[in-house]
Design a protein around this ligand. Structure first.
Ligand code: DGY
Length: 324
């Protein structure tokens, strides 16, 4: 059977696949354009793809033998899962292994944003540090403040757990209650508007879907405190980026730290010019160990599906009997 890997990934994933299948790697760090991807998948049984690959119905239609789409990511918004399910194609992902890395990076951004770390670095590098100044680059304290977690799944929970050191109050918004957060961290489940009104730091941990696209736009920024900070390590399109630029310009919120963008890698006009934003290049899961584990799970998911076994993590388990 043939497996196509759309782009360079940690070698551990490729090495796991090779003894089982004929493996073709697009040995590049560039995303393959749609037409080229279709040609590569013509006779593929499996594709190991990245969040930068759009796996559309047209791409799947060009791959008549395709049995599994293994996404090297936890988010699967780049894959038309409904269409794959109709076609009986398994869609798998890599949850769990990137929870800690992503939660750590969320805190990295939150702290760096609140304490002007990037601005301070630029001042020192550019020779503009003229000595200690009691009024220079004053930031915000975290201790005792309110943390608003939008989406209390694995990553949102890990972010909440890390807040204990700052004795923060935790509010969360989620469809389902999270008893662990409520019992251990005294977290309060609230409506989205209440979270936006009360939180000093709002952090997003939801998957991107039709329901969550532009969840935060002009009306939501209007509810937030002018002293509040926003952090997004989930998916860019959850925020209306143009509305965010306006909110930052008009002082509706104090600042934002983003790891993800609505039209990645492009930025909304005016975003990079704001000095109350911190911009990271989608690296929340980028640790050596985490990326190795993601590659390993992505490979194992393919091995399991093509061998008729249950994969480590499947998004549309209803197709499994049909794949067998
Ligand atoms: C994911 O896995 O969905 C992250 O965005 C990339 O690690």
């Amino acid at each position: 059977m043939k497996v196509f890997i759309t782009r360079n990934i940690p070698p551990i994933g490729i090495d796991l696949l090779k003894p089982h299948f004929e493996v073709e790697l697009h040995a590049s760090s560039e995303t393959l354009p749609g037409e080229a991807l279709k040609r590569k998948l013509k006779d593929a049984d499996a594709v190991l793809c990245l969040l930068t690959d759009a796996i559309t119905p047209a791409v799947m239609d060009a791959a008549p033998k395709l049995k599994v789409i293994s996404n090297h990511a936890v988010g699967v918004d780049n894959v038309d899962v409904a269409y794959a399910t109709r076609r009986g194609i398994a869609v798998t992902n890599t949850p769990g292994v990137l929870t800690d890395a992503t939660a750590d990076f969320t805190w990295t951004l939150l702290l760096a944003l609140a304490r002007n770390v990037a601005a301070g670095d630029a001042v020192v590098r550019n020779g503009r540090f003229h000595g200690w100044d009691p009024l220079f680059l004053l930031g915000a304290d975290l201790a005792g403040k309110t943390l608003g977690i939008v989406g209390a799944g694995r990553i949102g929970t890990a972010v909440a757990e890390r807040s204990a050191g700052w004795k923060m109050k935790i509010l969360y918004f989620d469809r389902a209650p999270n008893p662990h957060l409520e019992n251990t961290f005294h977290a309060r489940r609230v409506s989205f508007p209440v979270l936006l009104k009360e939180a000093d730091f709002v952090t997003i941990h939801l998957p991107l879907s039709a329901e969550t696209t532009h969840l935060l736009g002009e009306p939501e920024f209007a509810l937030m405190k002018p002293t509040a900070y926003l952090v997004n390590t989930a998916r860019g399109a959850i925020i209306d980026e143009a509305a965010l630029v306006r909110a930052l310009r008009e002082g509706k919120i104090a600042g934002a730290a983003l790891d993800v963008y609505e039209r990645e890698p492009a930025l909304a006009e005016g975003l990079a010019e704001r000095n109350n934003v911190l911009l990271a290049p989608h690296i929340a899961s980028a640790t050596v160990a985490t990326r190795n584990k993601m590659a390993e799970i992505a490979a194992r998911n393919i091995i399991h599906v093509l061998h008729g076994e249950t994969p480590v993590s499947i998004v549309n388990p209803e197709v499994l009997n049909r794949v067998k």
